[in-house]
Each structure stands twice: as C-alpha cells, then as structure tokens.
Design a protein. Sequence first.
Length: 233
Amino acid sequence: MKSHFRFDGQNYNQIDGVAMGLPLGPVLANIFMCHFEEKWVISGQVCPSFWYRYVDDTFTMFENKDTANGFLQYLNSHHNSIKFTIEFEQDNEIPFLDILVKRCPDNTFVTSIYRKKTFTGLYTKWDLFTPRKYKLNLICTLTYRCYVNDVLNKNRNKPRSPVSTAPKKDIIILLPYLGLQSNQISQRLKSCVYNFYSFVNLKIIFQNNCRIKSFFPYKDRLNRSQSQLLGVQ
C-alpha cells in the first residue's frame, strides 16, 4: 500500500510496509506472520519447544541460548524486511506484552502484571474528548486483569462451585452512570465476583454527576423579615 509524506521540505513515497496508524496495519501484519510461520517456522529443521505469537511478538522456549541464537539467525535469513530480535530471561523472569512470566524450579510458570519503569499509573480521564468505547474498554480491561490474573491463580485447585461457610459480606461500589452500558458492566462485575468470591455480596450504585442542583448552586436568600414569618401550624 502506497503512502506519501513530507519531511524537511522533501516529498517521499513509502515503498515498503504500511503507514503508521493505518487500521489495516495490524491485520496485514498478522496475515504475513501467519504465512511466515507456515513457510519457515513450522517446517524448519530447528524448532523451539513452544512458540506463541501475538501479532509480531513471540514467546518461545529453547534448551539453551546457543540454540536460540541459531534459530534467530535462521529466521532473519529468509526475508530482507523481517528482522527479529531476541531477549533472554533474567533471574528466571521475562516480560511478554504486559505479563511478567516467572519460571519456577519445577518448570512451571507463574504470571503477574508487568509494569514498565516509566509507568505512572495515569489513565485516560473520563471527561476527555476521547471516544466512549475506548473508556469503557479500559474499565473492562482493568477489571478483568484485576480479577482474572490474580484470582485464577489463587483458586486454581479450588472447586468450581465452592460452598459458603460464612455469611456473605456486603461490598458497595460507586461508579459513574454510563447509560445503557451501566447494566452490562454491573452484570459482568457481579458475575466475576460471584465466581471467585462467593462470600461477597457486591452492590453497585451508579451515580449521575450531572444533577439538576449542579446548575443551581445558590438558593434564593430570604431577608430577616421574611424568615421571621415562616412557621409550622
């Protein structure tokens, strides 16, 4: 796909790849990587113990570093425009996307959330001029990450439908009212909490920050003579 751009007073024509930010970019990248895997990875003479890929990021395992470096050279020798890089684990840990994978002594894996050193904890503010679906997806993503990533590991060996032996604990959450999406968010949160914390009785209260009284911050004041006439019979 052709793309034209101007830089430092010169006009350029991009002859390889797609323009940055183009919606078709991830789709085309995934299609090409599927072709790359079928042609050179699956049929290769040296294959990793396992190969997991998300678009152009891969998570692989090899017996040793020499085998991994040899496989890296093998991949980079098949296409001029595709050059892989490699990163090895440090102290039995390695980040993949937003997940930190830790290798245990018994060759099992434990995962947790990975934060970059530049992470500040700031997210998109709700009142910013950003499409509403992005804000809702952010809430859903953080909710699933909070419960699924941590709770599943803690309850891996517990029965699917545990029997409550203690009275349920009421927990109330206040959230801004989002219109029709509020009911969906409420159902998903309650279902997620019930599946993993059956002793919790989650109550969600939606509040509308834009109330009528916000348009009338001041009440009409009465003078002293008028206030003295007020009474109850």
